[in-house]
Design a protein around this ligand. Sequence first.
Ligand code: TXA
Ligand code: MG
Length: 324
Amino acid sequence: MARHIDIGTNEETAIVEACKVLSDGFPIALPTETVYGLAADATNPLAITRIYETKGRPRFNPLIAHMSGLEMAERHAIFDPLSRRLAEAFWPGPLTLVLPLRSDSAIHALATAGLDSVGIRVPVGFAGRLIGAFGRPLAAPSANTSGKVSSTTAEHVADDLGEKIPLILDAGASAVGVESTIVKIEDGELRLLRPGGLAAEEIERVAGRKLLRNGAGKAAIEAPGMLASHYAPGAAVRLNATEVNAGEALIRFGDAPVSGVEAAAAVLNLSPGGDLSEAATNLFDFMKKADASGAATIAFSAIPEEGLGEAINDRLRRAAAPRE
Ligand code: TXA
Ligand code: MG
């Protein structure tokens, strides 16, 4: 069973113990502002192999390399003026930039799945400080079994992966609640690969141009594993519900009317006041709670497709996609 360290009271111990486990080539559960990561030394092939094995993740799906800051990031990726502007505006924060990999980068090809690009981000707070202390980038996918709902608390991680990893660092619930927004920058072109915790509109404002959006086919090639069924709870998922059937769990948003609520197995509201960032924070935790109600189906009210709603709807569509 994983050892558990609370960062709020023991940050120094957490950093020392985490650095030991990481140096030994094992992954740890790392709290970030988006979701909990399953983090390991991005330069160590055995450590990266352990991430893939722990998650049951296909190895052609590359991992994000997490950095302590722009200086470390520039040692591994090639920044042009536009990528540097975005990094300066949004790091540390929920933005991953996919950039050309430097030929002298120590990041192992297993982490990038052999691509000549690398996804990089600088996480907020503790995670960034740990990486600074460790001195090397950490490869970290979300800390959940591949295809399942991501973890936004240490308890979620313990339930899913507690038997498989040596150390869980606990910083409470992740503030953002959905994964980072992924943007690829190539030849001055800006492409949204995954909507996430930073609203696309904010990126467009700083970049002074529109983000190109992938057709489904293109995304499949650019970022394997980002399509198909993903973020799937045990229950089936039904979207844009205006009524709930007896025995279904209901996850609402705002005050949009839903009929049949009395007979629902569980009723949760992502944000009674209709705030999309509050809804993002609650999303995965509420999916797990609705699942735990034992309902065979979770019905969701409609969520507006703007700001963080784009990321929420993206996760919900994947959760509702046919399972393999
Ligand atoms: O917020 C987050 O991004 C979290 C926390 C832990 O930082 N991490 C996360 O990682 O969501 P993961 O592995 O679940 O998702 C990373 C996505 C994958 O879908 C992968 O295909 C894409 O990033 N990706 C990574 N490197 C890429 C690259 N070079 N080109 C295209 N896509 C890439
Ligand atoms: Mg994930």
